[in-house]
Design a protein around this ligand. Sequence first.
Ligand code: NAG
Ligand code: NAG
Ligand code: NAG
Length: 203
Amino acid sequence: MGLPTILFLAVISLSFLALNCYANGTFSALQNSLLVTSSPKAGQVLKAGEKNITVTWSFNKTFPAGTDSAYKTVKVKLCYAPISQENRPWRKTKDELNKDRTCQHKIVSRPYSPSTNTFTWTIERDIPSATYFVRAYVFDTKDKEVAYGQATDAAKKTNLFEVEAITGRHASLDIASVCFSVFAVVSLAGFFYLEKRKGKTSK
Ligand SMILES: *[C@@H]1O[C@H](CO)[C@@H](O)[C@H](O)[C@H]1NC(C)=O
Ligand SMILES: *[C@@H]1O[C@H](CO)[C@@H](O)[C@H](O)[C@H]1NC(C)=O
Ligand SMILES: *[C@@H]1O[C@H](CO)[C@@H](O)[C@H](O)[C@H]1NC(C)=O
């Protein structure tokens, strides 16, 4: 093994090591110190691209003062309720935060403030139909999760709401792709025709 190979292997193993240390955060280790509410009523159905969700969050002041001294930013997310995770490994809940797929849709990111924060979000057009709840993660200055709060109970049963995806989106996509294919075939045919003609005239 030459020196370059050894160096290469060293760099690779070091990065794996770094990745492993970094990847240690777990959800169960986070402080549940944010109070979070979301505007939809339980069971409400909201249309993507049209309806708004208003989220509020604040520090739960029954925690000792100073608990939040390292809090830096808050990221609010839309998360899949258990019923929309069934048979969908790509939405699975894992305690290791870097492997957790519960909360895939970002609503907003804001600097941390203990007082009441409010944000109104129009559900983005690409949000799939599913049952959701809202969760906020708190990050420290090293961009590591340290706390959270969610607008549902620990069992994720209360304050769930549904998003109805934009209908017709697939239809228009299909139409677009058919048009594009037809265009491709026609231009290919035209190209061959021109080539043939060119071949004939040059003979
Ligand atoms: C990372 O996790 C391992 C085992 O899961 C644990 O022994 C270690 O203390 C953790 N490291 C940090 C920095 O949390
Ligand atoms: C949703 O929010 C947008 C932007 O904040 C606002 O313009 C719109 O009027 C709101 N719509 C409803 C139905 O509240
Ligand atoms: C705030 O935190 C305390 C201590 O963990 C907890 O007992 C209480 O239920 C929380 N308040 C709310 C409104 O969730």
